[in-house]
Ligand binder design. Sequence first.
Ligand code: AMP
Length: 410
Amino acid sequence: MKNFEGFGLNAVLTASLARMNYAVPTPIQAQAIPPALKGRDIMGTAQTGTGKTAAFAIPLVEALLSSPHGSALVMTPTRELGKQIMDIMHQLLGPQSPVKTAFLIGGEPMGKQFSQLNRRPRLIVGTPGRINDHLERRSLSLQDTRFLVLDETDRMLDMGFSVQIDRILKYMPAKRQTLMFSATMPDNILKLSKQYLHNPERVAVGSTVTPVQNIRQDVIHLSAAEKYNELLRQLGERDGSVIVFVKTKYGTERLAKRLNREGLRADAIHGDLRQNRRDKVIRDYREEKYRILVATDVAARGLDIPHIAHVINYDLPQVPEDYIHRIGRTARAGAKGEALCFVSPEDGKKWQAIARLMGIQTEDAAVTPFKPKSRNKKRGNKPFSGKKPFKSGKPHFVKRKDKSKNKKRA
Ligand code: AMP
């Protein structure tokens, strides 16, 4: 499919796509949209940044526009992801659309959601916890909901939403169209797809565990005590927006404050922030009012900010799969990006798990040596060789000051 015209979409949708500058469908869209328009269930696996939101949003909006009856529900794991989906949906529905929407996410006042629900919305986007809450209060009815999207299903299961999803589906008609998307396809997702989907069309883009190819990945082995100064050095060397991932909520705030004291504009985001604060942090970052976002994994998935040029894993993620989602915050929509991982001796096991998942050979086996010798001499052992695009899809390794390991080997 060369352009969207071949899909025979509603004129409203065609005009919206033109306004959004979506001229050519991405591979996941080219695969998913035609069967979804025919009413088929879809089981989709796609990396972040592939255009999967529009892959389900376009057939959903088409379904809403082509009939005055029936509603659609999109379930997604996080508020941030929900906001991005809602935003794409509003863009696709176009200005002054008669289709009313409700956005049902946790952490926001119920009052606003009640009034959205009173307007008889035909599109509901939300997180499973709050959707369930409304169903139990009877402020939401899904009796007429014939189109269901489960977005980032693996993440929803990781977050413990499976019981709630199950409960929500019991409120819905059995005769419906279901589109399920997941970044990975572990056994529990396969099982769920058998349970929730009817003869689904299987669509997939690329490998389910490899991050997009145009992300250059580097690794620095260092001690925990060296991380902060190394971060300052890295920030000084890089241009553009940076997202720094740390382990704890408290850690995000502390690091952002420290960076601000150094005169570097930074802010923090984590799950304990109030919703309006979270919205402001993201909005300001999107508008480039500051350069460095320090985040826990709450921001790792779905955050779609085109100008993120660098992802720095100050601490490794708890779950190896989150590594892929973290680095997927850069290189959005075909841009190039850089990801850097700090690995300290105590990270041994976690790092091995990530390396296994990514198919990386660790330094104990043969690795792509990273030897920017001349530069290192001149610039004081800086780990980057410059802006050479990273072609092989595997990280460069930079051995640095990993004293404990050296000792062990000696
Ligand atoms: P997603 O994977 O849904 O988060 O999308 C990644 C980015 O690609 C978003 O910024 C989308 O707006 C953009 N995008 C999605 N589909 C298209 C398309 N067909 N043409 C241009 N940009 C797109």
